[in-house]
Design a binder for this molecule. Structure first.
Ligand code: PLP
Length: 411
């Protein structure tokens, strides 16, 4: 099946109860069984079935299987948020004393998480750009994960996955990729060599901006050495599902990061249009980036502009498309605020991947817990505005930004 067909017919579609065309919402906490013996079998994972929704739920499974079909993994694990997906992907394999290498252009929440992990003995090293040359010198025997965002939010650094995966694997280290901004529509990181793919599905996969959730997709190829990854030692018997079984029956269950069935349903239905939305979002973003560049005193960062730094990776990894995020610099914080305040169609809100176009001043919001140095290393300056482009008619978006800039300069 091709991408758009899989969005509708992938995973368990076709086998829902009563012929239901969308997955029924199993709004239940527990599942009753006819005997103590059968419930014991479910608890011992000797029989298929659900026992308690914190551990598993059929609607959540339908969502997991749909995402897994799109990413081409062995299994997907849904979470209550993108942040719990990021956090538990690491906690699933790391122990105190372990180290992570990642790029400094990261989602602010993920940087905050790495600060938290430091207190638990897990150290993160940052490079300016997640590439072979910068990562190689930092690798040591404690390096247990190399991590990066495929298209970093919001600085739009793009990772060369095959090159970084090759380096990681030559040291028996897995590569984890946060592919939230690329979506499975632009790229399947597992096919390029990544081992674990993480999404905040609150964003493009849900698409409607109506629920918070995340997912971790397991490529099933990495060999988890029991000495280097003792957290997975007792799960080795599950073969290529070791990571996922530990995730679903241990760390996710114990941390309690389960996804609500209602939100899983909204995700399954929302993601049916992922391909259509991404086509439109990418063409709108490109046109908006080109239009914004014509406005006075505005410098735009968008991945397909002729002077963008990773055009070769946009071609080789992202189907030639730049995704839905662009940033621009307005010259000063005051001017950036005035422009944001004068927008009429575009909403001032802190989300991405919504069908509606959203704008935010990230320096004073998403990065308030970071130092100015860290914030600038993440590509966010005092005059930066981030735009998450939606599916409106692009003429209306262009006109809205043009009038906002004109009004800001007249004030
Ligand atoms: C939003 C986001 C997250 C966090 O996801 P939530 O669903 O908000 O918890 C993580 N990584 C990236 C790249 C994001 O954009």
């Amino acid at each position: 099946m091709n991408f758009n067909t899989k969005l509708l017919h992938g995973g368990q579609a076709g086998s829902y109860a009563q012929g239901s065309t969308t997955p029924p919402i199993f709004q239940t906490s527990a599942y009753a069984y006819d005997s103590a013996e059968s419930l014991e079998k479910v608890f011992r994972h000797q029989a298929p079935g659900f026992a308690y929704t914190r551990v598993g739920n059929p609607t959540v499974s339908a969502f997991e299987q749909r995402v897994n079909a799109l990413e081409g993994g062995v299994a997907a694990s849904a979470m209550s948020s993108g942040m719990s997906a990021v956090a538990l992907a690491f906690l699933n394999v790391l122990s105190a004393g372990d180290e992570i290498i990642t790029g400094s252009a990261l989602y602010g929440g993920t940087m905050d998480l790495f600060t938290d992990l430091k207190r638990w003995g897990i150290t993160t090293h940052y490079v300016n750009h997640v590439c072979k040359e910068e990562i190689a010198p930092l690798i040591n025997e404690n390096t247990k994960v190399i991590f990066g965002e495929l298209i970093s939010n919001p600085s739009l650094e793009i990772m060369d996955i095959p090159a970084v995966a090759e380096l990681a694997h030559s040291h028996n280290i897995p590569l984890f990729v946060d592919s939230t901004t690329a979506t499975p529509y632009l790229c399947n990181p597992l096919k390029l060599g990544a081992d674990i793919v993480i999404h905040s599905t609150s964003k493009y996969i849900n698409g409607g901006g109506n629920s918070i959730s995340g997912v971790v997709v397991d490529g099933g190829k990495f060999k988890w050495d029991a000495n280097r990854y003792p957290a997975l030692a007792t799960f080795k018997k599950y073969g290529n599902l070791a990571f996922t079984v530990r995730m679903q029956t241990d760390i996710r269950e114990n941390m309690g990061s389960c996804l609500a069935p209602q939100n899983a349903y909204l995700n399954v239905v929302g993601m049916e249009t992922l391909g259509l939305r991404m086509d439109r979002i990418c063409s709108n973003a490109k046109a908006l980036a080109e239009g914004l560049q014509q406005l006075p005193g505005i410098t735009v960062n968008y991945s397909t502009l002729p002077d963008a730094p990773y055009l070769h990776l946009v071609e080789s990894e992202l189907k030639g498309k730049g995704g839905g995020i662009l940033t621009f610099r307005a010259g000063s914080k005051e001017r950036a605020y005035k422009i944001v305040n004068n927008l009429k169609v575009v909403l001032r809100a802190s989300n991405i991947g919504d069908v509606r176009t959203l704008a935010i001043h990230p320096y004073s919001t998403l990065y308030i817990n970071r130092t100015p140095e860290e914030t600038e290393a993440a590509g966010v300056f005092e005059d930066t505005i981030r735009v998450s482009v939606g599916i409106e008619d692009v003429e209306d978006l262009l006109a809205d930004f043009a009038q906002a800039v004109e009004k800001a300069d007249a004030e």
